[in-house]
Design a binder for this molecule. Structure first.
Ligand code: CA
Length: 234
């Protein structure tokens, strides 16, 4: 018996699954869209999630990525459309433990769910945690949202500062050119190009201040670009 969350916008399917899983002895909560799902996950502790990927308000993949940040070990089984091979791959990459293709056999769902829960309850054989977000020193950058942490402390970042930091972290140890940064900024929704090159200096300066107190420093490599370096690097 486990406390499970079923996230499915199709009411018939949701009710059917709930009834079946309750009959199997589980405690069930449901959510009908992505936002509701995150809300439920925030307010309650679950031992497993059945997550439809096609959801209103916030799609299932986004829900999965967000919940993984906080709950790296929570078993999640995703439900995907028959032709959604890319969704399936993306879902597994985003940290789903298993998937079923719609329409699925209810008994198979139950069997997969049981085995997923069993694996999760055996620490030595538990599902592999998703790869940790890129880390440098004690810095962690959220791979999706404009957020980052230094140790346990959250750093307040604007979208542009976050993109810059994310780029530097993903290429830490390498020089990131000014053109690379500007290209990323210009590709962002809502950023209608025209980012002045000298604005970059301002963002780098702000980011440096936000990293002050850490071992990280953004070095200006004259004529080339920027390099994220860690003072404590071996
Ligand atoms: Ca759906």
């Amino acid at each position: 018996m486990a406390h499970l969350l079923i996230v499915e916008d199709d009411e018939l399917l949701r009710d059917g699954l709930s009834a079946q899983l309750m009959q199997a002895g589980h405690r069930i909560d449901t959510a009908a869209d992505g936002e509701q799902a995150l809300e439920r996950l925030q307010n309650d502790a679950f031992e497993g999630v059945v997550l439809d990927l096609g959801l209103p308000k916030l799609d299932g993949l986004t829900v999965l990525r967000r919940l993984r940040l906080r709950l790296p070990a929570l078993p999640v089984l995703i439900l995907t459309a028959r032709d959604g091979i890319e969704d399936r791959v993306e879902g597994l990459n985003a940290g789903a433990d298993d998937y079923l293709t719609k329409p699925f056999n209810r008994d198979e769902l139950l069997a997969r769910l049981q085995s997923m829960l069993r694996r999760a309850s055996l620490p030595a054989f538990g599902p592999a945690a998703p790869p940790p977000p890129p880390a440098t020193g004690s810095l962690r950058v959220d791979p999706v949202l404009p957020r980052a942490w230094l140790g346990n402390e959250a750093i307040e970042l604007t979208q542009r500062e976050w993109s810059l930091l994310d780029l530097l972290v993903r290429h830490s140890g390498q020089v990131v050119s000014r053109e690379d940064v500007l290209a990323v900024w210009q590709s962002e929704p809502g950023e209608a190009g025209g980012v002045a090159s000298n604005a970059l200096e301002v963002y780098v300066h702000r980011l440096r201040r936000k990293l002050a107190g850490s071992t990280l420093n953004i070095r200006n490599i004259r004529g080339l670009g920027y390099l994220l370096e860690s003072a404590s690097a071996p």
